[in-house]
Write a protein that binds this ligand. Structure first.
Ligand code: NAG
Ligand code: NAG
Length: 851
């Protein structure tokens, strides 16, 4: 038997030679994991020091497995678990983490130990389970054959037997409600040359409806650690169904995909718990050739969870938009979530909240809001899926040689429809960036249900709704607009320093102190964006707004959060959640809003935090910060954002002063000054902030250089800052003149856009919880009853197994899905449902095969 050292060395050689083979390299297939016998760690390594990854691993007593996906300085390590006779892991101190903390301590004693400097971070990897976003099944009626669909089929030679039932492609009853891709097919736009990746539970590449369009090179199975993403579990049909929506082949099997000549790859991660390392690798898998990542999953939609991707996964998403698709950026598409009836909102999900993802919600056959589809201020667009009419779910490919299904649904099925539309656009304009795709969503989405009181006008005069985002995607309008689209300038951002209220603080363990006590009428805090900040940050057109909130509350679900822009546009960031009893408040949680897209950001932004349940449960508003994301005014001065360790929860407040992180991945050379906070709080003494009026003011940007300078920068950076300082003074003069003109233009634009300020008053509700109009009237199926029961009472799901804590949500839900307690968001039909149906009578057919 060969020694483990031999294998380690071998792996390392393979890894190094692979990475050395530069951009044209083949993707290194990830090694098999064995969570039973080994513990896994991620090592963040500093390659600029003369200490190899192997040396670091040796010092930690671990072996090197491989590089983490496409994250250059991150390495997967492992060490053997100590297991007892009956295979249970013996609960001992974690040897690797202990070695790491000893190194850190030693480092304090012997200054500048290169070993501990080279090890920037070590974290243990905990496998977690993500939750699919399909809806429960429903009964099926065979529809009559349709005439409009028949005409199109004849014209385009579509022989797929279920094409006429794919109402999302051709809707005979409500022709204004369909994806509207068929006119593009007539023009020969079918997604040719574009690869989308289903990050899901597998993809049945042996299905005759998918084989021809399957991209094996971009596929991998991170659950079973093999190359091809074969669905293996009984309910591994989710990814295959989503893939069919995008790229089901035009042939004699089932129906067709929206982009039926595009390719689909499958990356399997949902068929068991996976680690952050694997999720990070999955989201960057084959990211030069793959254009779009279709993600119909996320943290549990139970109305209680608040989960964000870990820093490693955030890095992978940032890496994707910055370096994927040869720098045009990976397009990430996330389903908004199926928890609306449980009071869930997509602003409590860190994936849908990410500015790097297009968040997609559902509308149904009639263009109505389905009871399950989550809304929030991060919701960008909506498209078709299941809803009130149970005969009108999504008809698509299923697992099996020639199997089809008529019962695909949930926001799970909305996201792939958006992916199909984006694939069509990228065929026409492969040069469009990830942000161009988002702009096209904002600009071309169309209002549905105009009578719904969830619609409000943005400052640009565009209707926006938490439920529908900017509205329904129309494939034809999207692609035609894409054809002539002028690519937007690179990204720029303004990061306003955190504000504390009444000396509020929070440490890294999540302990809050201070802050302003919340009441029904709420506490407001105001932060000003000045002309100088806009100039200083080379900022032009506003896109996303992110807000971090530090708030302590003994029942988080009682808290409501609302952001009001200088133009009076309001974003409800959190509406109260009946089921959320969490006691840990908001430890720097990041909310996102797209509702301010295109708005002039100049002026005072107000965050109001209120307690909507006056009882024994109470809390405090401790502090907040805000970032504006948009386009750069001067493209040649654009920078690339880098993540800081303070981008991971819980975030101490006020956050530690950012130390400049050497940025090895940045493509833009750092000839411009290093990234810095545009503002600082006027005083270092929290007590001096004006809290009498609950309003804290910021000073303008002039102070920033000093503030950062005092923070251990090298001379080089100091010089650059000084240089930037003088350049800034000149800019300020030019900028002032420029902004006067700009302001006049903005004002005019706002007027022309028939902008009506939202009427005053206490509450602007999200209407997410008002289901009376959306609720399917004939809610006769058992599954629906379960959902409505869940809606009435606060303990929504998983309460039966109450001993499982908040942080094991993913595993918990998975277990519940198969134990059948409340299969609210598990994929359908679950085994439990099936067996219940078997026990209670004739089982509805939830899928039909071709022949
Ligand atoms: C990417 O596409 C190129 C050109 O078709 C091909 O040579 C290469 O193998 C592909 N790489 C992957 C990882 O799919
Ligand atoms: C939150 O605030 C309450 C009262 O203001 C306090 O008793 C509690 O300790 C705080 N919680 C945390 C986690 O600091």
């Amino acid at each position: 038997m060969r020694s483990p050292i031999f294998f380690t060395g071998l792996l390392l050689c393979v890894a190094i030679s692979t990475s050395a083979a530069s951009s044209a390299r083949q993707i290194a297939r990830p090694a098999k994991r064995s969570y039973d016998t080994h513990s896994y760690y991620v090592l963040e390594h500093d390659p600029t020091l003369d200490v190899s990854v192997q040396d670091c691993a040796d010092a930690l007593g671990a072996e090197v497995v491989e590089r983490v996906g496409e994250l250059y300085d991150h390495w997967l390590l492992r060490s053997q678990k100590i297991v007892s006779d009956n295979n249970a892991e013996i609960d001992t101190e974690d040897a690797v983490l202990s070695a790491y903390s000893r190194l850190l301590q030693d480092h304090g004693l012997h200054k500048r130990d290169p070993l501990s400097l080279a090890i920037k971070h070590v974290a243990r990897q905990v496998p977690r389970q993500r939750v699919k976003r399909a809806t429960p099944p429903a009964s099926i009626d065979d529809s009559d054959s349709q005439s409009l669909a028949r005409d199109i089929a004849q014209r385009l030679g579509i022989a797929d037997p279920l094409f006429q039932d794919q109402w999302h492609l051709v809707n005979e009853d409500f022709p204004e409600h369909m994806v509207n891709a068929t006119p593009l097919w007539d023009m020969g736009i079918t997604g040719e040359g574009i690869i989308s990746c289903l990050v899901d539970d597998g993809l049945d590449y042996e299905s005759e409806d998918l084989a021809e369009n399957f991209d094996a090179a971009g596929s991998h199975d991170f659950n079973d650690h093999v190359n091809l993403p074969k669905p293996m579990l009984f309910d591994d049909h989710h990814g295959t169904r989503c893939a069919g929506q995008i790229a089901a082949v035009k042939n004699a099997v089932c129906g067709v995909g929206i982009a039926y000549k595009s390719k689909v790859a499958g990356v399997r991660i949902l068929s068991g718990p996976i680690t952050d390392v694997d999720e990070a690798a999955a989201l960057n898998y084959a990211y030069q050739n793959t254009s779009i990542y279709s993600c119909s999953w996320g943290p549990s939609d139970d109305g209680r969870s608040m989960e964000e991707p870990s820093l490693l996964i955030q890095k992978a998403m940032l890496n994707g938009v910055q370096n994927g698709r040869n720098g045009k950026g990976s397009v990430f598409v996330f389903a908004s979530g199926n928890g609306a009836s449980a009071g869930d909102q997509c602003n409590f999900d860190g994936y849908t909240n990410s500015i790097y993802s297009v968040t997609v919600s559902s509308i149904d056959y009639k263009g109505e809001h389905p009871y399950y589809s989550e809304g929030c201020a991060a919701n960008m667009v909506s498209t078709y899926s299941s809803g009130s009419n149970h005969n009108k779910q999504i008809v698509t490919t299923d697992i099996g040689k020639d199997k089809c299904t008529r019962s695909h649904g949930g926001t799970s099925a909305a996201a792939p429809n958006a992916v199909g539309i984006f694939a069509l656009a990228l065929q026409v304009r492969p040069d469009l960036s990830w942000r161009d795709i988002q702009y096209l969503c904002v600009r071309t989405a169309q209002i549905v249900n105009p009578g719904d009181n969830d619609w409000e006008l943005t400052a640009m005069g565009q209707p926006y709704s938490y439920k529908y985002g900017f509205g329904r995607l129309d494939a034809y309008d999207f692609v035609i607009a894409a054809r002539d689209w002028e690519p937007v300038k690179p990204q720029a951002w303004i990061e306003a320093s955190p504000l504390q209220l009444r000396g509020g603080t929070m440490d890294a363990d999540g302990n809050f102190a201070g802050g302003e006590g919340l009441g029904k009428h709420g506490v407001e805090s105001t932060l000003e964006i000045t002309r100088a900040m806009i100039e200083e940050n080379n900022f032009e057109v506003l896109e996303h707004v992110t807000v971090r909130l530090w708030a302590n509350h003994s029942r988080r679900g009682d808290v409501e959060v609302m952001l009001t822009s200088p133009n009076g546009i309001r974003s409800v960031l959190a509406e109260k959640r009946k089921g959320d009893k969490d006691k840990n408040g908001f430890p720097g949680w990041r909310f996102m809003s797209v509702k301010h897209w295109g708005e002039n950001p100049l002026g005072k932004w107000t965050l109001k935090v209120s307690d909507q349940n006056e009882n024994d449960e109470s809390g405090t508003f401790v502090g907040w910060s805000m970032s504006l994301w948009g386009s750069a005014k001067d493209a040649s001065k654009a920078k690339q954002y880098t993540l800081k360790s303070s981008d991971e929860l819980p975030i101490p407040f006020p956050p530690p002063n950012p130390t400049p992180i050497p940025d090895s991945t940045a493509v833009v050379p750092s000839t411009t000054k290093s990234y810095q906070k545009p503002t600082v709080v006027s005083s270092t003494e929290p007590g001096e902030i004006d809290i009498a009026s609950s309003t804290a003011q910021l000073t303008t940007a002039e102070h920033s250089s000093e503030a950062v300078e005092g923070n251990g920068m090298d001379d080089n950076t100091r010089f650059l800052l000084a240089l930037a300082g003088s350049a800034f003074s000149i800019l300020l003069l030019c900028g002032a003149a420029f902004l006067v003109v700009r302001q006049m233009r903005w004002n005019r634009a706002a007027r022309q856009g028939s902008y009506t300020p939202v009427a005053g008053g206490e509450e602007v509700r999200m209407h997410l919880l008002e289901h009376d109009t959306e609720r399917p009237v004939s809610a006769s199926t058992r599954q629906s009853d379960v959902i409505y029961d869940a809606e009435e009472e606060a303990p929504i799901m998983g309460v039966a197994s109450g001993q499982i804590g908040f942080h094991s949500e993913f595993l918990q839900d998975d277990e519940l899905g198969s134990s059948g307690d409340l299969p609210l968001y598990s994929d359908e039909p679950s085994a439990a449902q099936a067996s219940r149906e078997d026990a209670e009578g004739p089982r509805r057919s939830s899928s039909s095969s071709k022949s």
